[in-house]
Design a protein around this ligand. Sequence first.
Ligand code: ADP
Ligand code: MG
Length: 454
Amino acid sequence: MNLEQAWHSTLSEMELQISRANFATWLKKSVLVDKKDGVFTVALPNSFAKEWVESKYAKTIMGIIRNLDSSVKKIEFVVASNLFEDSPAGKANEKPAANQSQIGFEFNKIDPETNLNPRYTFKSFVVGSSNELAYAAAISIVKEVGTKYNPFFVYGGVGLGKTHLLQAIGNEIKNNLKNQIKVKYVSSEKFTNDVIWAIRNKRMDDIKKKYRGVDVLIIDDVQFIGGKAATEEEFFHTFNTLYEANKQIIISSDRPPQSLPILGERLSSRFQGGLVADITFPEYEMRVAIIKNRLLESGQNLEGEIIDFIAQKVKRNVRELEGVLKQIIFYRDSKKIELNKKNVDEIIEKITRDSSSKTTPTQILKGVSQYFGISIEELTGQSRKKEYVEPRQIAMYFLREMLEMSYPSIGDKLGKRDHTTAIHGCEKINQEINKNAALNQKIFSIKEMINKTS
Ligand code: ADP
Ligand code: MG
């Protein structure tokens, strides 16, 4: 085997070992540029690809290569961006697939039996330090369903890939074990609605059959279950029934289990036998990888410089990153213009500003008063009755947290109160939240309500 072949085989082996997305992003385009005295020189398109490959894959690559050719002593990675520029001719020949003037985030058909969306796969899931543990656990679960990590609990903020990962587990298990195993994915909202429907229609047996008769139950955004006794009760029994029968339970949430009253108090011991993993914000390299992966999936192209720029600017979460990407490509294709840092920056600014300025003070006041079943007049009025004081302090808290309003204007909004009253209100809630799980839960539900109010 000559060295070139050895490199080719090494890549094929790597392709099997890492996810398709990661392979496509980091290694697919690597080029063997030199081989001398047992030293391989491999070119990569940019310095973060070099760093990434060196830190994550170098050892594995070396192991594979040595197996194929024991004379190889060393691999050196170099940056050679000129090798990777698409020639203008090449670009012109690369016609985008039909109907892809917009980046294709098409939603595949959801399987009615499992509720899984086949779009969410491990292959399209980019792995980096922010989700490594959760991903590794997910892979093990697929191999040892029900016995390895049970329950498996993933938590993290909005748009960081929890649903994607959970559904990928479900899809993979379903594909591997076809008809031998029953997988069910359910959002907590759906679960809650099902329980409420069943109670109304006296059909609780249906619910028990539906949820307690599966081999893998995936419950997404479990923080939304709770507050309603019957739903909590049903969740609790479903959990225990499945757990005791060694069925796989997979849960996601925006916060760790101990911060969820519904799990923390009654099921905490169960979690000691399972695995809890968090997903955090993707670091820069990963954001680049995700963008590239999205482009690849949809047959689109963007200049490296623009990709880097987007990854630098959009940091909050993956969902936002996808939204920005979609807009930029739409803009480019519909206006038929060249993208540059300036116009890309304008699009990003617009989108990120839109999403952060969505909430208004009025929405907050509305959301809070709706939650507590009082009127806005009562909320902002002068009465110091207990049933108004707490909602008022919570409203102050939200005005501060969500809108970063000044204390004087917060006081003003809530019935021309003094700024010290506003400070006191915000601080009171801030302190209580850390100690009081019920309040924590309440705050969360109110936030939901505020976001839904317009
Ligand atoms: P969450 O459930 O945590 O709010 P989602 O799973 O809905 O987040 O992710 C939001 C979007 O970002 C989805 O389109 C998802 O496919 C994508 N996404 C998130 N994380 C990744 C990742 N690591 N690799 C590829 N796509 C990702
Ligand atoms: Mg989700």
